[in-house]
Ligand binder design. Structure first.
Ligand SMILES: [Zn+2]
Ligand SMILES: [Zn+2]
Length: 155
């Protein structure tokens, strides 16, 4: 019965049709966020995207993800990955820091354990999807110091 805890650390997710699936080690998640930026609103068709930051080396991906690239407000190029068959958004990353993936929490088979650390881009949040003020809020991109901390934790 050894190794049970390690097994439960592995979480799986997939797109609607199942052509894209992944598994990851949840104990390696760096941080979790709601992003209310306009690009996340457009790409999800809702008020925000909920994303988990994790180093790529702890994620196993199956299937061919299609990417759409936009230039974010920070100047970084954000590549949003989705299933070309069913259109589900799975993950994104920045072209400049491709080893950190932002997994979309809604694609997890079980996301009941997810705890959100902070809100990004609260300045573009809508009244119909207000940011949770009980957690840390950033008006826009969290900024260089925060991003550096994320980067350091990713290695
Ligand atoms: Zn699909
Ligand atoms: Zn966003």
């Amino acid at each position: 019965m050894t190794g049970i805890n390690r097994i439960t650390d592995i979480q799986k997710g997939r797109c609607q049709c199942g052509e894209i699936s992944y598994s990851m080690n949840k104990s390696k998640i760096i941080s979790t966020h709601h992003c209310h930026c306009k690009d996340c609103q457009r790409s999800t068709g809702s008020g925000k995207a909920t994303i988990l930051f994790i180093s790529k080396k702890y994620v196993e991906l199956n299937g061919e993800i299609k990417y759409f690239e936009t230039k974010g407000s920070s100047g970084l190029h954000v590549r949003r990955g989705f299933c070309s068959n069913c259109g589900s958004g799975i993950l994104s990353y920045t072209k400049e820091l491709p080893h950190i993936l932002f997994i979309k929490a809604g694609t997890l088979d079980d996301s009941s354990w997810v705890k959100i650390d902070s809100n990004f881009f609260t300045k573009s949040a809508n009244d119909w999807n207000k940011p949770d003020e009980s957690i840390k809020c950033f008006e826009g991109n969290p900024g260089l110091m925060y991003n550096l901390k994320t980067l350091i934790k990713s290695f």
